[in-house]
Design a binder for this molecule. Structure first.
Ligand code: HEM
Ligand code: HEM
Length: 203
């Protein structure tokens, strides 16, 4: 995407203008996602790649305390980014559904997106609960530390872990279904569906 800064007639503040001469859209409009939603979407995706890679390292006992610490710090960032997404969804209306979607696709997309949001909150919350109840210090966002508490609450730590592990599988499944739905529509039905989340798309 090529863009330049332009100065409005009435304002000395620059507006970012695309190669096609359109003002860049930060907010969603009825026919597409704005840059903020797109940025938050891809930030979540990158953070999640980190979470699953570090989780695999934890599960296979590769890397030491540093990997645990990094998994926890980035995991709490997921919580913040998802919270920002929900606030932004309330503040700016989502675009209309892409034209041409089948009825079953709309229902499926809505269901999977809701499941994604629930799981994206359950994951970090269960992680924090498991760690704090297990008497571990949790580096929240890398900015401040919660715990360690004096004596572990074993039942809570175990429940938190169970929820964390089960939800991780559900989340991985929901992401796989989400990406399959997007790519099926993009490649099989054509029409450039995935461009809706592409900040570099020419439209
Ligand atoms: C969206 C955010 C997160 C995702 C996707 C995620 C994912 C995972 C996954 C897949 C595992 C491996 C589970 C297994 O053993 O099969 C794991 C383990 C773990 N996670 Fe997370 N996590 C997230 C956030 C957090 C947070 C915020 C914390 C703590 C503050 C945390 C603490 C832990 C700990 C301590 C383990 C090791 C559990 C054990 O094996 O005993 N996670 N996480
Ligand atoms: C990795 C984790 C991912 C998560 C958690 C996720 C989550 C979401 C959510 C919640 C939405 C609804 C819009 C919103 O609330 O912002 C959405 C929309 C979308 N996502 Fe993802 N996504 C992920 C990965 C991907 C990938 C890899 C692709 C590309 C293949 C993709 C393409 C899209 C598209 C095109 C939309 C717009 C759908 C529409 O408007 O109908 N997503 N995603």
């Amino acid at each position: 995407m090529f863009f330049r800064l332009a100065y409005g007639v009435y304002s000395t503040y620059p507006t970012i203008v695309t190669a096609k001469g359109q003002a860049m859209r930060f907010k969603n409009s009825s026919n597409g996602y704005g840059l903020v939603t797109q940025g938050l979407h891809w930030a979540t995706a990158i953070l999640l790649v980190n979470q699953f890679v570090t989780a695999a390292m934890i599960a296979s006992q590769l890397g030491g305390a540093g990997v645990y610490g990094w998994h926890k710090v980035v995991g709490t960032w997921v919580m913040l980014v998802v919270f920002a997404r929900l606030v932004w969804r309330k503040a700016t209306k989502l675009p209309d559904f892409a034209p041409g979607l089948f009825g079953w696709e709309i229902s499926f997309i809505e269901f999977v997106e809701r499941a994604l949001y629930v799981l994206l909150l359950v994951m970090p919350i269960s992680g924090v609960v498991m760690s704090v109840a297990g008497s571990q210090a949790v580096p929240m966002l890398g900015l401040f530390t919660v715990g360690p508490i004096d004596s572990p609450i074993i039942w809570l730590a175990k429940t938190g872990r169970l929820i964390h592990v089960a939800s991780a599988w559900l989340l991985a499944g929901a992401i796989a279904v989400h990406v399959t739905l997007v790519l099926r529509r993009h490649w099989y039905e054509k029409g450039g569906y995935a461009d809706r989340m592409n900040p570099f798309s020419k439209d």
